[in-house]
Design a protein around this ligand. Sequence first.
Ligand code: ATP
Ligand code: ZN
Ligand code: MG
Length: 307
Amino acid sequence: MEQLDRKPDVGMSGPLFVAVGVDGVYARTGLFEQVVESLSTCISQRREPGTEVLRFPPVMSRAQLERSGYHHNFPHLLGCVSCLEGDEATLRTLANRPDWPEHLSASGLVLAPAACYPSYPLAAARGFVPPEGLRFDVASYCFRHEATHELGRLQSFQMREFVCIGKPETVLAFRKRWIVKGQELANLLGLNHRLVPASDPFFGRAGRLAALSQLEQALKFEMLIPVRSEEDPTACMSFNYHLDHFSTVWDLKSEGGEPIHSGCVAFGIDRLALALFSTHGMEPASWPRTVREALALSACSPISPHS
Ligand code: ATP
Ligand code: ZN
Ligand code: MG
């Protein structure tokens, strides 16, 4: 693969991101967004038939997230929406206090930590899972209270996912197909990639055991692609098998009583876009022709920061 002589300037401030005063939270420039949109289209083109498209807002039901067990497994990453409550006089008084944040109370909303969480209760509300299973194409802005903010580790980022709910063999076949499709996509985009077994960043000592068991059972694979460096590539896609976790939580059943499992494949859209800039340079107009064609960028002229 063609390599750049010099590592391009893919920084947290500059041509791709504009700082907005908080680490890990950035405004995206037109240059970055153009590539994000092209990537999203490229992924949509690979959507399997019979997949229902849903776009979720960046917030979701706190009750649903609690029922999924997220606050036990990942309390360190969770962000909740809190509001001031009261009549006009109370709100006026509270807003004038320097310690006003102390008076916030938790609302019924949390910030979505992954795009797929609302899919499972939504499927459960529809009754039995059909014999062929259910497939969703979902996306949302996600929030994670990350401990570090290196390049590619954002607090607020865009996640695109395909979700499958069905018989164990249906879900495993879905994940296998998407691992191949993911690798084909990375090849087409000229991105160096490596598939590795992975685990989720579960909290605490019990979490380390959960992570080990996840590794042992090969429940999660990540596709690593260079963003910061070749030596320390970044997880840009993940391929997840949840066994019966969500189907038990949401009582997802088949009519015939066969077990129901779930899985999801997640694309870190911001990381994939960063990987493209990091690999091919800061000017999409001079990216390899095959990459521009895959992203349908060929007709695009380079865009100025203010266009
Ligand atoms: P990591 O290993 O980097 O901590 P993760 O294993 O927690 O990520 P997943 O939960 O599998 O990630 O999320 C799906 C995808 O979302 C990841 O493969 C990645 O591309 C993207 N992603 C996750 N966390 C972030 C983040 N903080 N900033 C940007 N993208 C992220
Ligand atoms: Zn998911
Ligand atoms: Mg990971």
